[in-house]
Ligand binder design. Structure first.
Ligand code: 13P
Length: 277
C-alpha cells in the first residue's frame, strides 16, 4: 500500500529500526525491491534522484513505482531524493510522491533554512513530509567522508525547529558512491542528534558501509538509510552475467531482478526492518 513518508518514519522510531530507502531507476529495479519487501514483510521507501524529474525518466518511472506501491501488501513510500529545487519538488508531487527531500546543503545555513522552510510549508498543504540536509554529504570518490565536517547537534536542532522538516540527512562520516576505504561513522554524534531532535535522522551513502557500523548507527537512532550505488551494481553485474541467448527482454531481466531482490533483502535484515510491515 502507498503510505506517507512520515508514517514510515514514525513506525521506525517506535520500533527502533531504520526504514530501507532504495534509489530505483526502472521497472526492474522497482520489481526487485518490492519482491524483497513483500517476502520480508518490510516497510520500504522507493526513491528517485532529482535528475530523473529533470528529464523524461520520471514520467515513466513514477507511475511504475505508484502501481507497485498500491499493489503491494506492505507499506511503501514514493520519495523524491535530493530534490534540487522547487521545480523538481512540484513535479514529484504532481507525479504522486508521498515524501519529499529538498537538498540545499551546498548553500549557506540561513539560505538552506529559508528555502527548506518554504518547501515544508508548501508540502504541508498536501500533508507530505519533508527531509532536509545539513552538513553536506559529499562524494566517496573525492574522499569527502573524511574531510567534510560532521553536522553539529546545535545546527540540527536549529534547522529542524526553523524549517519543520520531519527527517534530517546528516554528515556523520558517509559519502555517496564507492568508498576507497571503509568509512568510519560518528556513532556518538548520531546518538546526540537523535536525542536532541524530533526529526528522523537519515543516513545517506549506505553502500559500502560495513554491516557492524550500520547496526550501530541504527542502535544510535538512524531511522532511514539510503542505498543507491550497491543496488545498481547488484543489477548491472547480473546483467553482465546473463546469457545473450536470452533474447526476450522480460526473460533476460529475470536474473537482474532477482539479484536486486537479494540485495534489498540483505539490507532489510541489516536494518532490522524485517517483519515490521
Ligand atoms: P549510495 O549510492 O552511496 O548508496 O548513496 C545513496 C544515497 O544516499 C542516495 O541519496
Amino acid at each position: 500500500m502507498l503510505v506517507s513518508f512520515k508514517s514510515l518514519l514514525d513506525g521506525a522510531e517506535k520500533g527502533g529500526y531504520a526504514v530501507p530507502a532504495f534509489n530505483v531507476y526502472n521497472m526492474e529495479t522497482v520489481m526487485g525491491v518490492i519482491a524483497a519487501a513483500e517476502e520480508s514483510r518490510s516497510p520500504v521507501i522507493l526513491q528517485t534522484y532529482s535528475r530523473l524529474l529533470d528529464n523524461e525518466e520520471g514520467y515513466y518511472v513514477a507511475p511504475v513505482i505508484l502501481a507497485a506501491a498500491k499493489r503491494a501488501t506492505v507499506p511503501v513510500c514514493y520519495h523524491l531524493d535530493h530534490g534540487a529545487s522547487e521545480k523538481e519538488v512540484q513535479r514529484a508531487l504532481r507525479l504522486g510522491a508521498t515524501g519529499i527531500m529538498i537538498d540545499r546543503s551546498l548553500y549557506d545555513f540561513d539560505e538552506n533554512v529559508e528555502y527548506t522552510r518554504r518547501v515544508v510549508e508548501a508540502c504541508s498543504y498536501l500533508d507530505v513530509g519533508v527531509e532536509g540536509e545539513i552538513g553536506h554529504v559529499g562524494v566517496a570518490a573525492n574522499g569527502d567522508e573524511k574531510t567534510i565536517a560532521y553536522t553539529t547537534v546545535d545546527e540540527a536542532v536549529e534547522f529542524v525547529s526553523r524549517t519543520g522538516v520531519c527527517a534530517l540527512a546528516v554528515a556523520v562520516g558517509t559519502a555517496h558512491g564507492r568508498y576507497k576505504q571503509a568509512p568510519k561513522l560518528a556513532i556518538d554524534r548520531i546518538a546526540e542528534i537523535h536525542k536532541a531532535t524530533k526529526a528522523a535522522v537519515v543516513l545517506h551513502g549506505g553502500s559500502g558501509v560495513p554491516d557492524e557500523q550500520i547496526k550501530d548507527a541504527v542502535k544510535a537512532g538512524i531511522r532511514k538509510i539510503n542505498f543507491g550505488t550497491d543496488l545498481c551494481y547488484s543489477f548491472i553485474d547480473e546483467i553482465f552475467e546473463t546469457s545473450r541467448d536470452k533474447i526476450a527482454v522480460d526473460v533476460f531481466m529475470k536474473g537482474p531482478i532477482e539479484s536486486v531482490k537479494r540485495f534489498a533483502t540483505s539490507k532489510m535484515e541489516l536494518l532490522s526492518a524485517v517483519g515490521k510491515a
